[in-house]
Ligand binder design. Structure first.
Ligand code: NDP
Length: 289
């Protein structure tokens, strides 16, 4: 299967449009799933300090990175896979907001991941009641300037949080990773992202599996001889989102990647646009602190 196409972030760094999400993947399973996903063609992995599986992600990736010819690794699956071929995102958790605490949290994630640099570091939630996200972001800017991370961004930021951040930020966030699926289309945020040059990254792109049962999605899938998950992921791709679906079996991991050889028509896209109902799977960002 082919590796997903890459999009250019606002600083020119390339990111694979479809990645693999690791929320709720038990630490003991992470290495195995990452290895399966790599073999399927995924190159972009989304973890977080809060997921507790950064170490597992590292264990899944590092054998392939050391598998270059002459390196003593297995060399069989990906003889040419290098560090530049994979994109790793991790995130600072809510209880590490603040300049110094964030720098310490980053060091801890670096140790867990065993990497020389991280591709993207995000503020996991804005935690508006703590009021520390501007300081937290300043730490991300330090890490970015030091070359420890190739791109920085935010997650779960509402328009007002972005406005506040941009009063003091010197680096425009590369992405805002938000809950986004056909039942929660986030039009206001997406248009703000376009205005600001921030890439929209969809978490729970399948509505944590719930949107798969939607009759409109099912009808569209039947018409294209595809699965509901493929239809939704294709919708994200055609809208230019980055999506990071999570799946627990090799069959689903492969199925979710197989979305680059068909196209939804304007009529399909309009039908899916009509599914908006403002329904969240996760928490509202104002309520996470
Ligand atoms: P998803 O929308 O990716 O849905 C995952 C669910 O859908 C799982 O139950 C999975 O089942 C099921 N599923 C996946 N593929 C298929 C398929 N082809 N057919 C049928 N069912 C399928 O939800 P997530 O909440 O996991 O979000 C994805 C990623 O987004 C997370 O893993 C994480 O990396 C990120 N995220 C970020 C957040 C943030 O605050 N920044 C918050 C939440 C998520 P099964 O596992 O049994 O295969």
């Amino acid at each position: 299967m082919r590796t997903p196409p890459r999009l250019s972030l606002n600083n020119g760094v390339l990111i694979h449009q479809l990645g693999f999400g690791l929320y709720k993947v038990p630490p003991a399973d992470a290495a195995g799933l990452v290895a399966v996903a790599l073999a399927a063609g995924y190159r972009h992995f989304d973890t977080a300090a809060m997921y507790g599986n950064e170490l597992g992600v590292a264990r899944g990736i590092s054998p392939e990175l050391s598998a270059r010819p002459g390196s003593g690794g297995s060399g069989e699956l990906f003889p040419a896979l290098s560090r530049d071929d994979v994109f790793i995102t991790t995130k600072v958790w809510n209880d590490h907001h603040g300049y110094d605490a964030t720098l310490r949290a980053f060091d801890n994630s670096m140790v867990n991941l065993g990497l020389d640099y991280i591709d993207m570091y995000l503020i996991h939630w804005p935690c508006p009641r703590r009021g520390l996200f501007p300081e937290t972001y300043r730490a991300l800017e330090t890490l970015y300037r030091e070359g420890k991370v190739r791109a920085i961004g935010v997650s779960n930021f509402q328009p007002a949080h972005l406005d506040r951040l941009l009063q003091t930020a010197e680096v425009v966030p590369a992405v805002n990773q938000i809950e986004l699926h056909p039942w929660l289309q986030q039009e206001e945020l997406r248009s703000k992202h376009r205005e600001l040059g921030i890439m929209t990254q969809a978490w729970s792109p399948l509505g944590r599996g719930q949107v798969l049962a939607d009759p409109v999605v099912q009808a569209c899938a039947a018409e294209h001889h595809r699965t509901p998950a493929q239809v939704i992921l294709r919708w994200h791709m055609q809208l230019g989102h980055i999506a990071i679906p999570k799946a627990s079996s090799e069959a689903r991991i492969r199925e979710n990647l197989n979305v680059f050889n068909f196209e939804l028509s304007d009529r399909d896209m309009a039908a899916l646009a009509g599914l908006e109902r403002g329904q969240r799977i996760g928490s509202h960002p104002d309520n996470v602190n």
